[in-house]
Design a protein around this ligand. Structure first.
Ligand code: AMP
Ligand code: ZN
Length: 479
């Protein structure tokens, strides 16, 4: 298989350290909110990668962390802990928030046919391992204590900015732009391994350590968990492209300083899902989730197919219009597959040839859109129904679109999208007031007081609200 490697900036032949075996690490979600469909694009593509490697004959061991501590509002080590922010928002404890959103994440994954990695580790469960790692980094002279915190000293490395496809100045922006420069840092790029002093004294989760009561930095968790569960070396490390710097850069610094050898050969980064306003992000507050897509009548697998239609190394723009197109295509595809009669005897040679073709197509830097084209080619193939179904079953081991089991139902057809769901309502829109006016208008219409009904419509219009009377009732949207 050929895979683009962010580290070498080229499409390289993928060669694992141990023949036939792949150790894969994935940065997991920060569980202070629901995952948005942007995050899930990354997890879908990583899932396809894992399944493809299995399909191509590799034995994959995959580990993922769950970030439930230490990820601050800014990736440059400043701001409040995201988990604490989530807990305050919902008036719950950090652990309650973590449990709730971890469950929500895996429930979304299930709906999208994303397989749960065999090793899933909450960051808070390995604090002793991080302490050991940090102690070793201090002993080896790669870390220092300043102002109560422990920092990684990036000047001790020959090369810190390893992802060469970014300019050094670009990479340093995250640090330069941080809200407040941390006076304790010896070098701008240095980062925190362990906090005991933070502006946010109400940090809920703290542990005793040789440096005082405190909590780990965000980056150390991935090094700690990966080294503990997958050993000193890795074959593939994945994540969204925003994680390349500083997070992955810092993971490499820590892990290699600790082991004294090369840690991971292949870096797989998924480009962002953007909406009309740019990168979809949790901190923007109003983002799209799988549940929202379901509420709008989309089968979550339509979104999976939407992601597979484009290459993971290209930014993907989300619009409902394009999702509607995919929903239509998915429905048609299911209908065509459902019409294949399971007759004749499976021609194993044809199946093997089709598998080979699929491996060659998708194996060229995980080209999932060619994988989908291969599905359509099978529909046209001159062979019996049983063979076609056997091939599609094989392809679906990687694509996971339930091609043989999902029925082309109403569910796969989208509802009208002009209706806004609560999470999409812009700030300042008084939902209660709007609903009250809509109810009054309905009453007026019932009483055949059309003048009043019209004046209410005008009042709503002045509030920038458009209404639409449908069979299911009055729908409204922000103009
Ligand atoms: P987080 O939960 O914020 O730690 O992010 C989880 C994963 O989603 C990471 O691999 C991020 O790099 C990735 N990610 C964040 N935003 C996006 C986006 N808009 N599109 C694709 N992946 C994203
Ligand atoms: Zn990570």
């Amino acid at each position: 298989m050929k895979l683009y490697n962010t580290l070498t900036r080229s499409k390289d032949e993928f060669i694992p350290n141990e023949e036939g075996k792949v150790k894969m690490y994935t940065c997991g979600p920060t569980v202070y909110h629901f995952a948005h469909i942007g995050n899930l694009r990354t997890y879908i593509m990583e899932d396809v990668l894992e399944k493809f490697l299995n399909f191509a004959g590799y034995e994959v061991t995959r580990a993922m962390n769950i970030t439930d501590v230490g990820h601050l509002s800014s990736d440059g080590d400043t701001g409040e802990d995201k988990m604490l922010k989530g807990a305050k928002r919902e008036k719950k404890t950090v652990m309650e928030i973590a449990q709730f959103y971890t469950d929500a994440f895996f429930s979304d994954c299930k709906k999208l046919n994303i397989k749960k990695p065999e090793i899933v580790v909450p960051a808070t469960s390995c604090v002793d391992d991080y302490i050991h790692l940090i102690e070793t980094l201090l002993e080896k002279g790669y870390a220092y204590i300043a102002g109560g915190n422990v920092y990684f000293d990036t000047s001790k490395l020959d090369t810190y900015y390893v992802f060469q496809n970014f300019k050094e100045e670009d990479l340093a922006v995250g640090v330069r732009d941080s809200v407040e420069e941390d006076e304790n840092k010896r070098n701008k790029a240095d980062f925190v391994l362990w906090f005991t002093k933070s502006k946010f004294d109400d940090q809920e989760l703290k542990w005793d350590s040789p440096w005082g009561n405190g909590y780990p930095g965000w980056h150390i968790e991935c090094s700690g968990i990966s080294l503990k569960y997958l050993g000193d070396t890795l074959d593939i490390h994945c994540g969204g492209i925003d994680n390349a710097f500083p997070h992955h850069t810092n993971e490499i610094a820590q892990s290699e300083a600790y082991t004294g050898k090369k840690w991971c050969n292949n870096w797989f980064h998924v480009l962002h899902l953007n909406d009309a306003r740019g990168k979809m992000s949790k901190s923007k507050g109003d983002f799209l989730t799988v549940s929202l897509l379901e509420e709008k009548g989309y089968d979550p697998l339509v979104y999976r197919m939407f992601c597979l239609q484009s290459h993971y190394r290209k930014p993907l723009v989300f619009t409902f219009e394009s999702l509607d197109n995919t929903a239509g295509a998915y429905n048609k595809l299911l209908t065509r597959i459902a019409s294949i009669q399971n007759e004749g005897e499976i021609d194993e040679a044809v199946v093997a040839e089709a598998k080979e073709k699929f491996i060659n197509l998708v194996g060229n830097d995980l080209n999932t859109s060619l994988g989908l084209t291969a599905v359509y080619d099978i529909l046209k193939l001159k062979t019996n129904g049983a063979t076609k179904l056997a091939i599609l079953k094989e392809y679906d081991k990687v694509l996971s679109l339930d091609l043989l089991t999902n029925k082309p139902t109403e569910k796969a057809k989208p509802k009208a999208t002009e209706e806004l769901t609560p999470a999409e309502i812009p700030e300042g829109v008084d939902v209660a007031k709007i609903e009250e006016l809509i109810a009054k208008r309905l009453e007026a219409k019932k009483n055949r007081d059309f003048a009043l009904a019209d004046s209410i419509r005008n009042e709503l219009s002045e509030m920038n609200i458009a209404i639409l009377d449908t069979k299911e009732g009055t729908k409204w949207s922000v103009k």
